[in-house]
Design a binder for this molecule. Structure first.
Ligand code: PMP
Length: 361
């Protein structure tokens, strides 16, 4: 019998129980080799096979075209905020950024340390309740790239469309919605995602980059941050986050067994429809974000009276519905419902929300 709680944490987030059990089974003695993956040389045949299979499974899941490299790097998504301009922004060039919340803002602030950043549009104009349409963007002709975050994990604002940028490479922070539904990789110059939501444990960031964007790094770019160096060395210029990479590979296998991103889209659509539907029908809970740009993965909501927040969280903990507190910068509640959570988690949450509302409304 499993004693696992429903974990609604934004990240590091819930992992599929089947994956954890498999890792547990392989922990001490991987495939009869007498050692743990954690203890393997990253240059050994066994580990290289593990790493290559993980990459291939991710390529299969997202139908990554052959002219893209898939990199397994460290430093989290935050390090990419510097790594992207160091690799892709010429010293006198300009990059366009779309600001839709805290994460894209952080990318802008970090980018400004390295060059000219033009904020081409900001959701501030809509109080972060909607995303400005592309017809409202002030794009720079000849920009080095356009950066945006497809899902703002804290604010709960998610693009339901892909910007059309012609020849200008589109760079997207997909940390909190990668693998949640199908995506056409060929529309992007580069996709990056911190692992600890829909991929695997923290300590890893996945970069999917079109080959023609490699080899443009500034001379001051640290070797460790140079995409071409990483690509030329199979993401093993130095010791990679080997165990996180292995565990991510197990998640990719699990995703394939579940039916891939098409199956995830179905399951995630059902989850978010159920939760937003319940919130919208209730006079006690609210989420004011424009319906088409509501995040599928991170559902922020408020109680009618914030003085009840503490009691709500305490009751949730008692029912083993964990980590529902909203981000410290915005307050309220947030339910992160990544791939690893099933419909049963959302049903349990809604049952509790209904019960709490009945008691306190
Ligand atoms: N971008 C987004 C959209 C995120 O959700 C996060 C983390 N929550 C980050 C960037 C930063 O990721 P990391 O902690 O891996 O640096």
């Amino acid at each position: 019998m499993s004693n696992r709680a429903f974990n609604f944490c934004a990240g590091p987030a819930a992992l599929p129980e089947a994956v954890l059990r498999r890792a547990q089974g392989e922990m001490l003695d991987w495939h009869g080799k007498g050692l743990s993956v954690m203890e393997m040389s990253h240059r050994s045949d066994e580990y290289v096979a593990i790493a290559e299979k993980a990459e291939q499974d991710l390529r299969d899941l997202l139908s990554v075209p052959n002219n893209y490299k898939v990199l397994f790097l460290q430093g989290g998504a935050s390090q990419q905020f510097a790594e992207i301009p160091l690799n892709l922004l010429p010293e006198n060039g300009t990059a366009d950024y779309i600001e839709t919340g805290i994460w894209s803002k952080k990318a802008i602030e970090e980018g400004r340390r390295y060059g000219n950043i033009n904020v081409a549009a900001s959701a501030k104009a809509y109080d972060y309740l909607n995303i400005p349409g592309q017809n409202e963007w002030n794009l720079t002709p000849g920009a080095a790239y356009i950066h945006y975050a497809s899902n703002e994990t804290i604010g709960g604002l998610e693009f339901d469309w892909v910007p059309q940028t012609g020849d200008v490479p589109l760079v997207v922070d997909m940390s909190s919605d990668i693998l949640s539904r199908p995506v056409d990789v060929s529309q992007f110059g580069m996709i990056y995602a911190g692992a600890q939501k829909n991929i695997g444990p923290s300590g890893l960031v996945v970069v999917i980059i079109r080959e023609d964007l490699l080899g443009k790094a500034r001379s001051v770019c640290p070797t460790m941050l140079n995409y071409k160096v990483a690509a030329d060395n199979g993401s093993m210029y130095n010791t990679p986050a080997s165990y996180s990479w292995y565990l991510s590979g197990l998640v990719f296998e699990w995703l394939k067994e579940q039916g891939g991103v098409d199956a995830m889209e179905k399951r995630n659509r059902a989850k978010k429809d159920l939760l937003y539907g319940f919130i919208d029908r209730s006079a006690f809970y609210s989420n004011p974000i424009a319906v088409n740009v509501r995040s599928w993965m991170n559902v922020p909501f408020r109680l009618a009276d914030e003085r009840l927040d503490k009691a709500f969280l305490a009751g949730a903990d008692e029912r083993r519905l964990l980590n529902l507190r909203g981000h410290r910068s915005v307050g309220g509640m947030r339910a992160s419902i990544y791939n690893a959570l099933g419909l049963d988690a959302v049903e349990a949450l809604i049952a509790y929300m209904a019960e709490f509302e009945k008691e306190h409304a």
